[in-house]
Design a protein. Sequence first.
Length: 359
Amino acid sequence: MIKRASVADVARLAGVSTATVSRVTTHPERVAEETREKVLSAIAELNFVKSAAGLSLRRQRANSILVVVNNLGNTYWSEIFQGIHERAEAHNYDLMITTLRDEQGEERYMDRLRTGRVDGVILLEQTRMINDNYDDLCREFGGTPPIVGFCELPGSARFPHVLVDNRKAAYRATKFLIEAGHRHIAHVRGPDQKPVARERLAGFMEAMLEHGLTVGPDDIWISEFHRDGGRRIARRMARLPNLPSAIFFATDEIAMGAISEFATLGIRVPEDVSIMGFDNNAYADVFVPALTTMAQPREQIGVAATDLLFKIMSDRKEARRRSGKMPEIIELKVHLARRNSVRELAGALPLSKAGAPAE
Protein backbone atom coordinates (compact mmCIF):
# COMPACT_ATOMS: atom_id res chain seq x y z
CA MET A 1 0.00 0.00 0.00
CA ILE A 2 1.42 3.43 -0.95
CA LYS A 3 1.83 5.74 2.04
CA ARG A 4 0.21 9.13 1.54
CA ALA A 5 2.48 12.12 2.17
CA SER A 6 1.81 14.06 5.37
CA VAL A 7 2.14 17.72 6.30
CA ALA A 8 5.37 16.82 8.13
CA ASP A 9 6.78 15.23 4.94
CA VAL A 10 6.06 18.41 2.99
CA ALA A 11 7.61 20.55 5.75
CA ARG A 12 10.83 18.48 5.81
CA LEU A 13 11.24 18.60 2.03
CA ALA A 14 10.60 22.36 1.86
CA GLY A 15 12.70 23.12 4.94
CA VAL A 16 9.90 24.92 6.75
CA SER A 17 7.64 24.31 9.74
CA THR A 18 4.35 22.40 9.54
CA ALA A 19 2.60 25.66 10.52
CA THR A 20 4.00 27.30 7.37
CA VAL A 21 2.73 24.43 5.23
CA SER A 22 -0.69 24.89 6.81
CA ARG A 23 -0.65 28.61 6.06
CA VAL A 24 0.28 28.01 2.43
CA THR A 25 -2.67 25.62 2.00
CA THR A 26 -5.16 27.88 3.76
CA HIS A 27 -3.93 31.48 3.51
CA PRO A 28 -1.16 31.59 0.86
CA GLU A 29 -1.26 35.40 0.70
CA ARG A 30 0.19 35.50 4.22
CA VAL A 31 3.38 33.65 3.24
CA ALA A 32 6.39 35.21 1.49
CA GLU A 33 6.55 34.34 -2.20
CA GLU A 34 9.91 32.50 -2.00
CA THR A 35 8.76 30.35 0.92
CA ARG A 36 5.39 29.76 -0.71
CA GLU A 37 7.09 28.50 -3.90
CA LYS A 38 9.22 26.04 -1.88
CA VAL A 39 6.17 24.62 -0.19
CA LEU A 40 4.14 24.39 -3.41
CA SER A 41 7.06 22.64 -5.11
CA ALA A 42 7.27 20.11 -2.27
CA ILE A 43 3.51 19.55 -2.43
CA ALA A 44 3.73 18.84 -6.17
CA GLU A 45 6.73 16.52 -5.76
CA LEU A 46 5.10 14.48 -3.00
CA ASN A 47 1.63 14.57 -4.61
CA PHE A 48 0.36 15.82 -1.27
CA VAL A 49 -3.41 16.03 -0.77
CA LYS A 50 -4.57 17.86 2.33
CA SER A 51 -6.82 15.64 4.44
CA ALA A 52 -10.27 17.00 5.16
CA ALA A 53 -10.11 15.12 8.45
CA GLY A 54 -7.59 17.65 9.67
CA LEU A 55 -10.00 20.53 9.23
CA SER A 56 -12.08 21.92 12.07
CA LEU A 57 -15.58 22.83 11.02
CA ARG A 58 -15.44 25.69 13.49
CA ARG A 59 -12.43 27.32 11.78
CA GLN A 60 -12.41 26.26 8.11
CA ARG A 61 -14.88 26.47 5.28
CA ALA A 62 -15.26 23.96 2.49
CA ASN A 63 -17.70 26.21 0.61
CA SER A 64 -19.99 23.29 -0.04
CA ILE A 65 -23.40 22.12 1.16
CA LEU A 66 -24.48 18.51 1.39
CA VAL A 67 -28.05 17.68 0.33
CA VAL A 68 -29.31 14.33 1.65
CA VAL A 69 -32.16 12.45 -0.03
CA ASN A 70 -33.21 8.81 -0.31
CA ASN A 71 -34.56 8.55 -3.85
CA LEU A 72 -32.97 10.78 -6.47
CA GLY A 73 -35.23 9.31 -9.15
CA ASN A 74 -38.38 10.87 -7.69
CA THR A 75 -39.35 13.93 -9.76
CA TYR A 76 -40.76 15.52 -6.61
CA TRP A 77 -37.29 16.74 -5.65
CA SER A 78 -36.47 18.56 -8.91
CA GLU A 79 -37.84 22.00 -8.01
CA ILE A 80 -36.59 21.73 -4.42
CA PHE A 81 -33.09 21.11 -5.80
CA GLN A 82 -33.56 24.12 -8.07
CA GLY A 83 -34.37 26.35 -5.11
CA ILE A 84 -31.39 25.04 -3.14
CA HIS A 85 -29.04 25.53 -6.11
CA GLU A 86 -30.28 29.08 -6.69
CA ARG A 87 -29.52 30.19 -3.14
CA ALA A 88 -26.25 28.23 -2.82
CA GLU A 89 -24.97 29.74 -6.07
CA ALA A 90 -25.84 33.22 -4.81
CA HIS A 91 -23.52 32.57 -1.84
CA ASN A 92 -20.79 30.99 -4.05
CA TYR A 93 -21.30 27.55 -2.51
CA ASP A 94 -21.16 24.19 -4.29
CA LEU A 95 -23.68 21.40 -3.75
CA MET A 96 -22.98 17.76 -2.95
CA ILE A 97 -25.85 15.27 -3.10
CA THR A 98 -25.87 11.92 -1.32
CA THR A 99 -28.44 9.20 -0.72
CA LEU A 100 -29.16 7.33 2.50
CA ARG A 101 -30.57 4.11 1.13
CA ASP A 102 -28.51 1.96 3.48
CA GLU A 103 -26.35 2.10 6.61
CA GLN A 104 -23.22 2.64 4.51
CA GLY A 105 -24.75 5.78 3.00
CA GLU A 106 -25.56 7.12 6.46
CA GLU A 107 -21.99 6.44 7.62
CA ARG A 108 -20.66 8.43 4.64
CA TYR A 109 -22.94 11.29 5.59
CA MET A 110 -21.73 11.30 9.21
CA ASP A 111 -18.11 11.16 8.07
CA ARG A 112 -18.53 14.16 5.77
CA LEU A 113 -20.11 16.19 8.54
CA ARG A 114 -17.47 15.27 11.15
CA THR A 115 -14.44 15.81 8.90
CA GLY A 116 -15.49 19.22 7.64
CA ARG A 117 -15.85 18.30 3.98
CA VAL A 118 -19.12 20.22 4.00
CA ASP A 119 -20.13 23.38 5.84
CA GLY A 120 -23.79 22.49 6.29
CA VAL A 121 -26.44 19.92 5.48
CA ILE A 122 -29.96 20.07 4.09
CA LEU A 123 -31.65 16.85 5.13
CA LEU A 124 -34.61 16.05 2.87
CA GLU A 125 -35.29 12.59 4.28
CA GLN A 126 -35.75 11.20 7.77
CA THR A 127 -32.85 9.02 8.94
CA ARG A 128 -32.51 7.01 12.14
CA MET A 129 -28.73 7.44 12.36
CA ILE A 130 -28.88 11.24 12.39
CA ASN A 131 -31.51 11.23 15.13
CA ASP A 132 -29.54 8.67 17.17
CA ASN A 133 -26.26 10.61 16.86
CA TYR A 134 -27.65 14.13 17.13
CA ASP A 135 -26.60 14.72 20.76
CA ASP A 136 -23.06 13.57 19.95
CA LEU A 137 -22.94 15.95 17.00
CA CYS A 138 -24.15 18.81 19.20
CA ARG A 139 -21.30 18.18 21.65
CA GLU A 140 -18.78 17.77 18.82
CA PHE A 141 -19.63 21.07 17.18
CA GLY A 142 -20.15 23.02 20.43
CA GLY A 143 -23.80 23.66 19.63
CA THR A 144 -26.39 22.86 17.00
CA PRO A 145 -24.71 21.28 13.97
CA PRO A 146 -25.36 23.11 10.70
CA ILE A 147 -28.33 20.93 9.69
CA VAL A 148 -31.69 22.00 8.30
CA GLY A 149 -34.39 19.44 7.67
CA PHE A 150 -37.51 19.00 5.60
CA CYS A 151 -39.05 15.77 6.83
CA GLU A 152 -40.11 15.91 10.47
CA LEU A 153 -43.28 16.94 12.27
CA PRO A 154 -43.43 20.34 14.01
CA GLY A 155 -43.46 18.86 17.51
CA SER A 156 -40.71 16.29 16.91
CA ALA A 157 -38.02 18.25 15.03
CA ARG A 158 -34.73 18.31 16.95
CA PHE A 159 -33.04 20.78 14.63
CA PRO A 160 -34.28 23.65 12.40
CA HIS A 161 -36.84 22.65 9.76
CA VAL A 162 -38.89 23.91 6.88
CA LEU A 163 -42.31 22.25 7.01
CA VAL A 164 -45.76 22.07 5.45
CA ASP A 165 -48.85 21.01 7.41
CA ASN A 166 -49.52 17.63 5.74
CA ARG A 167 -52.51 16.83 7.94
CA LYS A 168 -54.28 20.10 7.19
CA ALA A 169 -53.54 19.81 3.46
CA ALA A 170 -54.84 16.22 3.32
CA TYR A 171 -57.99 17.34 5.15
CA ARG A 172 -58.53 20.06 2.51
CA ALA A 173 -57.97 17.56 -0.33
CA THR A 174 -60.55 15.16 1.08
CA LYS A 175 -63.01 17.96 1.81
CA PHE A 176 -62.69 19.11 -1.81
CA LEU A 177 -63.68 15.64 -3.03
CA ILE A 178 -66.64 15.59 -0.64
CA GLU A 179 -67.81 19.00 -1.82
CA ALA A 180 -67.59 17.71 -5.40
CA GLY A 181 -70.28 15.19 -4.48
CA HIS A 182 -68.14 12.13 -3.71
CA ARG A 183 -69.18 9.95 -0.80
CA HIS A 184 -67.28 6.69 -1.41
CA ILE A 185 -63.67 7.90 -1.21
CA ALA A 186 -60.58 5.72 -0.79
CA HIS A 187 -57.12 6.77 0.33
CA VAL A 188 -53.83 5.30 -0.91
CA ARG A 189 -51.35 6.12 1.82
CA GLY A 190 -47.58 5.82 2.02
CA PRO A 191 -45.49 3.51 4.24
CA ASP A 192 -46.18 3.79 7.95
CA GLN A 193 -42.55 4.69 8.78
CA LYS A 194 -42.93 7.92 6.80
CA PRO A 195 -44.24 10.76 9.02
CA VAL A 196 -45.87 12.48 6.02
CA ALA A 197 -47.81 9.28 5.24
CA ARG A 198 -49.22 9.15 8.76
CA GLU A 199 -50.13 12.84 8.72
CA ARG A 200 -51.89 12.66 5.34
CA LEU A 201 -53.86 9.60 6.47
CA ALA A 202 -54.87 11.50 9.63
CA GLY A 203 -56.11 14.44 7.53
CA PHE A 204 -58.13 12.13 5.29
CA MET A 205 -59.74 10.35 8.25
CA GLU A 206 -60.54 13.64 9.98
CA ALA A 207 -62.42 14.98 6.95
CA MET A 208 -64.31 11.73 6.36
CA LEU A 209 -65.41 11.38 9.98
CA GLU A 210 -66.30 15.05 10.31
CA HIS A 211 -68.65 14.72 7.34
CA GLY A 212 -70.25 11.49 8.57
CA LEU A 213 -68.75 9.29 5.83
CA THR A 214 -67.77 5.66 6.35
CA VAL A 215 -64.22 4.41 5.81
CA GLY A 216 -64.40 0.68 5.15
CA PRO A 217 -61.68 -2.02 5.08
CA ASP A 218 -61.31 -1.61 1.29
CA ASP A 219 -60.91 2.16 1.49
CA ILE A 220 -57.35 2.38 2.88
CA TRP A 221 -54.45 1.07 0.78
CA ILE A 222 -50.68 1.18 1.35
CA SER A 223 -48.13 1.89 -1.38
CA GLU A 224 -44.48 2.87 -1.68
CA PHE A 225 -43.92 6.42 -2.88
CA HIS A 226 -43.42 5.55 -6.55
CA ARG A 227 -45.40 4.83 -9.74
CA ASP A 228 -44.96 1.06 -9.68
CA GLY A 229 -46.72 1.06 -6.30
CA GLY A 230 -49.59 2.98 -7.88
CA ARG A 231 -49.83 0.50 -10.74
CA ARG A 232 -50.03 -2.42 -8.33
CA ILE A 233 -52.72 -0.70 -6.26
CA ALA A 234 -54.75 0.07 -9.40
CA ARG A 235 -54.72 -3.60 -10.48
CA ARG A 236 -55.94 -4.66 -7.04
CA MET A 237 -58.61 -1.96 -6.82
CA ALA A 238 -59.90 -2.87 -10.26
CA ARG A 239 -60.96 -6.24 -8.82
CA LEU A 240 -63.22 -4.64 -6.20
CA PRO A 241 -66.96 -5.23 -6.66
CA ASN A 242 -67.52 -1.49 -6.22
CA LEU A 243 -64.80 0.94 -7.24
CA PRO A 244 -64.73 4.14 -5.13
CA SER A 245 -65.98 7.21 -6.98
CA ALA A 246 -62.83 9.08 -5.89
CA ILE A 247 -59.35 8.17 -4.64
CA PHE A 248 -57.00 10.46 -2.74
CA PHE A 249 -53.38 9.42 -3.29
CA ALA A 250 -50.63 10.33 -0.80
CA THR A 251 -48.34 11.48 -3.66
CA ASP A 252 -48.61 12.40 -7.33
CA GLU A 253 -46.13 9.64 -8.22
CA ILE A 254 -48.46 6.95 -6.86
CA ALA A 255 -51.46 8.63 -8.49
CA MET A 256 -49.80 8.77 -11.91
CA GLY A 257 -48.89 5.09 -11.76
CA ALA A 258 -52.49 4.25 -10.88
CA ILE A 259 -53.97 6.43 -13.66
CA SER A 260 -51.68 4.77 -16.21
CA GLU A 261 -52.68 1.28 -15.05
CA PHE A 262 -56.38 2.16 -14.90
CA ALA A 263 -56.15 3.25 -18.55
CA THR A 264 -54.79 -0.15 -19.61
CA LEU A 265 -57.67 -1.79 -17.71
CA GLY A 266 -60.31 0.36 -19.44
CA ILE A 267 -61.08 2.43 -16.33
CA ARG A 268 -61.41 6.11 -17.25
CA VAL A 269 -60.27 9.07 -15.15
CA PRO A 270 -62.29 11.07 -14.17
CA GLU A 271 -65.37 9.50 -15.85
CA ASP A 272 -65.20 6.24 -13.86
CA VAL A 273 -63.10 7.37 -10.91
CA SER A 274 -61.80 10.75 -9.80
CA ILE A 275 -58.18 11.04 -8.74
CA MET A 276 -56.62 13.51 -6.28
CA GLY A 277 -52.85 13.70 -5.77
CA PHE A 278 -50.47 15.47 -3.41
CA ASP A 279 -47.21 17.40 -4.17
CA ASN A 280 -47.78 18.97 -7.63
CA ASN A 281 -44.73 17.27 -9.09
CA ALA A 282 -43.01 18.30 -12.31
CA TYR A 283 -45.49 16.47 -14.58
CA ALA A 284 -48.78 17.00 -12.72
CA ASP A 285 -50.06 19.75 -15.02
CA VAL A 286 -49.13 18.00 -18.30
CA PHE A 287 -50.19 14.48 -17.32
CA VAL A 288 -53.31 13.13 -19.08
CA PRO A 289 -55.63 13.94 -17.50
CA ALA A 290 -53.97 16.91 -15.79
CA LEU A 291 -53.78 15.98 -12.12
CA THR A 292 -55.77 17.75 -9.42
CA THR A 293 -53.42 17.90 -6.46
CA MET A 294 -52.33 19.65 -3.30
CA ALA A 295 -49.45 21.83 -4.52
CA GLN A 296 -46.44 22.18 -2.29
CA PRO A 297 -44.29 25.30 -2.92
CA ARG A 298 -41.35 23.08 -3.82
CA GLU A 299 -38.89 25.67 -5.13
CA GLN A 300 -39.75 27.89 -2.17
CA ILE A 301 -39.03 24.96 0.14
CA GLY A 302 -35.52 24.70 -1.32
CA VAL A 303 -34.95 28.45 -1.05
CA ALA A 304 -36.24 28.65 2.54
CA ALA A 305 -34.20 25.64 3.69
CA THR A 306 -31.00 27.03 2.18
CA ASP A 307 -31.53 30.52 3.56
CA LEU A 308 -32.18 29.04 7.01
CA LEU A 309 -28.98 26.98 6.75
CA PHE A 310 -26.88 30.01 5.81
CA LYS A 311 -28.41 31.91 8.72
CA ILE A 312 -27.28 29.17 11.12
CA MET A 313 -23.84 28.88 9.54
CA SER A 314 -23.22 32.62 9.74
CA ASP A 315 -24.35 33.00 13.35
CA ARG A 316 -22.99 30.03 15.27
CA LYS A 317 -23.14 32.03 18.53
CA GLU A 318 -26.92 32.29 18.13
CA ALA A 319 -27.08 28.59 17.22
CA ARG A 320 -25.28 27.71 20.46
CA ARG A 321 -27.62 30.01 22.42
CA ARG A 322 -30.63 28.16 21.00
CA SER A 323 -29.11 24.73 21.65
CA GLY A 324 -31.51 22.69 23.77
CA LYS A 325 -34.40 25.02 23.01
CA MET A 326 -37.23 24.65 20.51
CA PRO A 327 -35.59 24.64 17.04
CA GLU A 328 -36.56 27.27 14.51
CA ILE A 329 -39.44 26.11 12.30
CA ILE A 330 -40.59 27.73 9.04
CA GLU A 331 -44.01 26.57 7.83
CA LEU A 332 -44.99 27.11 4.19
CA LYS A 333 -48.51 26.95 2.78
CA VAL A 334 -49.94 24.28 0.47
CA HIS A 335 -52.67 25.18 -2.03
CA LEU A 336 -55.20 23.23 -4.09
CA ALA A 337 -54.41 22.98 -7.81
CA ARG A 338 -57.70 22.18 -9.59
CA ARG A 339 -57.29 20.36 -12.89
CA ASN A 340 -59.05 17.61 -14.87
CA SER A 341 -58.68 14.41 -12.85
CA VAL A 342 -61.62 15.15 -10.51
CA ARG A 343 -65.19 15.53 -11.73
CA GLU A 344 -68.16 16.94 -9.88
CA LEU A 345 -70.99 14.45 -9.47
CA ALA A 346 -74.43 15.60 -10.56
CA GLY A 347 -77.36 15.04 -8.22
CA ALA A 348 -75.24 13.98 -5.27
CA LEU A 349 -77.15 13.20 -2.06
CA PRO A 350 -76.99 16.15 0.36
CA LEU A 351 -75.01 15.68 3.52
CA SER A 352 -76.81 15.69 6.84
CA LYS A 353 -76.74 19.00 8.70
CA ALA A 354 -74.15 17.64 11.15
CA GLY A 355 -71.92 16.58 8.29
CA ALA A 356 -72.20 19.65 6.10
CA PRO A 357 -68.90 20.77 4.58
CA ALA A 358 -67.13 23.36 6.73
CA GLU A 359 -66.15 26.67 5.23
